[in-house]
Design a protein around this ligand. Structure first.
Ligand code: HEM
Length: 344
């Protein structure tokens, strides 16, 4: 496994930040997670191409524009949001479960955004990974290992013994909140970063909210209706989202090290800082699907000004890198970040 203190080319350096507290056992837990996920990718590749271990099912990968809002107050003109400009972007919509499954089954729904032409980012890109819920069902790497160990019997993670003090009720509540959502159109729902990032020198979270009228394509016929509804929607009209930031105002109730806890909007509102426009398009060519499959998103592609914070993000630094390298090696496909000029 890569040593987290080593700078991997293209990623934000892993220097410790003053906002974080690393719990004992995190490095060991990260290695365990990485080894387990790599084994799953290798096993899956026995029957076809190697896929992402998480979010393998893409509903579509679409071209987008990410326009930083004009006239942001100077306190919000930070990182990619400094100065009004428009970035060319790719957005990949996905289901979270480790193997592709019917869209009717409750699941985390992902929206991964990749801005291109980002000066000062060693990958040249800035990624924002979000799902359709503000919180996560694990607190840290150590809990994630327990969750992984219980995947055959998920209830064992929530109720590890008869002792009520060991019950993970908050986690059960979050899991329920994620999988009980009825999602029929990926363009009609809201997404959150779940884990914190820096906004200059303030911890923050991000969220994307649909900004235009809701799309009417909500059929649930067939196992891939989310792709069908996305394609129909974007054949008919452009889609828009407000990309918003929530700055941490109260360290006690807005923790950096615990993504199970929602940062309440009553304590700090989400403020729009950019407008995402997904132009009317047809995205279902074989070439574009392959391009999308070969992209690598990670919270650690980007500017130091948006450095990921907290234990779950620290785990993700090496895990996403390892899994992405592994699947590209197995598939013998080049692993490169797109630029605004990448042909497609
Ligand atoms: C310890 C916690 C986590 C682990 C181990 C993990 C693991 C992974 C892995 C291995 C991938 C595939 C990477 C690749 O092959 O390119 C992935 C993708 C993804 N993850 Fe996570 N993840 C974690 C937490 C989260 C959280 C908190 C979010 C919430 C925003 C999230 C959202 C996503 C999304 C949206 C993708 C798909 C990116 C794409 O479209 O390619 N993950 N995750």
């Amino acid at each position: 496994m890569d040593n987290p203190s080593v700078q991997i080319q293209g990623l934000i350096p892993a220097d410790p930040s003053p906002w974080e507290v690393v719990p004992p056992g995190e490095a060991q837990a990260t290695q365990t997670i990485e080894a387990a996920l790599a084994a799953l990718v290798r096993a899956g590749a026995a029957n076809g191409p190697a896929r992402r271990d998480a979010h393998p099912k893409a509903h579509g990968c679409v071209r987008a524009e990410f326009r930083v809002l004009d006239d942001l107050p100077s306190s919000l003109q930070v990182g990619v949001f400094a100065g009004s400009r428009t970035y060319q972007a790719w957005i990949r919509f996905s289901n979270g479960f480790e193997t592709p499954q019917d869209d009717k089954i409750g699941d985390a729904r992902g929206m991964a955004i990749k801005l291109m032409g980002v000066e000062g980012s060693s990958s040249g890109t800035q990624d924002f990974l979000m799902i359709n819920n503000p919180t996560l069902f694990v607190r840290d790497a150590i809990d994630y290992v327990a969750f992984q160990g219980a995947t055959d019997h998920p209830l064992r993670f929530f109720f590890p013994s008869w002792n009520p003090f060991t019950f993970r009720l908050r986690e059960l509540w979050v899991m329920r909140a994620i999988i009980s959502q009825t999602v029929t159109n990926m363009l009609n729902i809201r997404y959150w970063s779940v884990t914190p990032y820096l906004y200059g020198d303030i911890p923050c979270k991000f969220s994307a909210k649909p900004a235009g009228p809701a799309f009417a394509f909500n059929e649930t016929v067939g196992p891939n209706f989310l792709r069908d509804n996305l394609a129909k929607s974007l054949n008919a009209a452009e889609a828009t989202f407000d990309f918003c930031v929530q700055l941490r105002t109260q360290p006690e109730s807005m923790p950096v090290e615990d993504p199970r806890i929602e940062w309440r909007e009553a304590d700090s509102a989400f403020i729009p800082v950019a407008r995402i426009t997904i132009p009317k398009q047809s995205f279902e060519t074989q070439e574009q699907t392959a391009f999308c499959e070969n992209l690598s998103f990670t919270p650690w592609h980007g500017l130091d000004a948006h450095r990921p914070l907290g234990g779950i993000n620290r785990v993700r630094r090496t895990v996403y890198e390892t899994i992405s390298r592994l699947r590209h090696d197995i598939n013998a496909t080049p692993r490169e970040e797109p630029t605004a000029r990448t042909p497609l």
